[in-house]
Design a protein around this ligand. Structure first.
Ligand code: VTB
Length: 347
């Protein structure tokens, strides 16, 4: 149901966000690259015949004017909705968005930024707090065999067995951060190779589920909300994804968390009714809905998708839409014609 009604619409949502953001590609202004994506995503979403609610978005209402957590989106949330939306026929939908995942990558013209979202029925996506998350992603063959509680060395041995290859034939993606210095050392000592990225761990996590990407695992700490989006894709693809919230600023080592304390963060989690802050979340807990859909559109080129390519009068995009319902991963190549060209050429 979700897929048949919303499958094409959500492609357009991520396409519009990517097209907007890509105008700011390489301009060194990450805030604008993000803002325009948010605006475009919201505008397109509000044309969809649905009653949607943002569960993962740009932040709390007071700091984010658009796509804030709790914002209602879709035609059927508009004031005069009852004129054209029958409330009995409507499924309520939870939506997790990241209109420009990897804003720095976009701003500096680096590979791997994309517009991304995940949807499910109400309650089907974990409302992750704006915390950090330790993540482990791996291909389907290793699902349930690798475990985030085990050491990276142990996991690499298991992964090598599951993928029937030597450890030095494995590539692990890790974000280049001070907090990962020991992790990187350990992976290298275990014999595997590390692909360091500056940002954009959603794309890296999902790449693990596609053979041919030369990405065999994602390890390390990134943002928790994006962890849910990655889990939604992995849930559809059968890949391995686990996440554990990180609340200790001494572990995270970012300037954003310089004024935070471990005790303060634990208290924040308790307020959000997260009673076990050390819980390891499995894919099916992060994206538990009966139906889960995931869509992404490349802003800059990446391992999975091309980036936006503008040309006179139009642009070409590449998106990926994955469904737990039809068990499909569709790559959608779209030519957008802004000015009705006299002849349509495939570019
Ligand atoms: C970013 C971003 C990632 O995590 O790095 C962020 O690029 C948080 O890490 O893609 P820092 O605060 O250390 O930069 C992601 O957003 C996603 O998890």
């Amino acid at each position: 149901m979700l897929e048949t009604t919303l499958g094409l619409e959500i492609i357009e949502v991520v396409e519009q966000a990517a097209l907007a953001s890509a105008r700011w590609m390489g301009k060194g202004d990450k805030n604008t690259a993000d803002e325009v994506a948010v605006q475009a995503m919201r505008e397109r979403m509000n044309k969809i015949h649905m009653r949607g609610r943002i569960v993962i978005g740009e932040g709390e209402r007071d700091e984010a004017p658009m796509l804030y957590i709790g914002e209602e989106v879709g035609i059927c949330t508009q004031p005069n909705a009852k004129d054209f939306c029958n409330p009995d026929e409507l499924i309520e939908i939870d939506i997790a968005v990241d209109p420009c995942e990897g804003t720095n990558l976009c701003a500096y013209g680096q590979p791997g930024s994309m517009a991304v979202l995940a949807i499910s029925e109400k309650g089907g996506l974990f409302n992750a707090p704006d915390f950090y998350m330790n993540k482990l992603a791996a291909p389907a063959a290793a699902k349930g065999k690798v475990d985030i509680r085990k050491s990276p060395t142990e996991n690499l041995k298991i992964l090598a067995e599951c993928l029937d290859r030597a450890i030095d034939e494995l590539v692990v993606v890790v974000m280049k951060r001070e907090r990962h210095d020991d992790l990187i050392r350990e992976i290298r000592e275990a014999g595997a190779r590390v692909r360091l990225i500056t940002d954009g761990d959603v794309s890296a996590a999902i790449s693990c589920a596609f053979s041919g990407t030369n990405t065999h695992a994602l390890m390390g700490i990134g943002a928790a909300p994006e962890g849910v989006i990655s889990a939604a894709a992995m849930r559809c693809l059968g890949g391995h994804f686990q996440g554990q919230l990180v609340y200790d600023p001494a572990v995270v080592k970012t300037k954003e968390w310089a004024n935070m304390t471990k005790e303060g963060n634990l208290a924040r989690l308790a307020e959000m009714n997260i009673t076990d802050p050390d819980k390891v979340y499995e894919t099916e807990e992060l994206a538990s809905g009966e139906t889960v859909l995931f869509a992404a559109c490349g802003i800059t080129p990446g391992t999975l998708m091309e980036g936006v390519r503008y040309f006179h009068g139009g642009a070409r995009t590449q998106s990926l839409v994955i469904s737990s319902q039809s068990k499909t991963a569709r790559f959608v190549d779209t030519i957008h014609m802004f000015d009705q060209p006299k002849t349509l050429q495939l570019r």
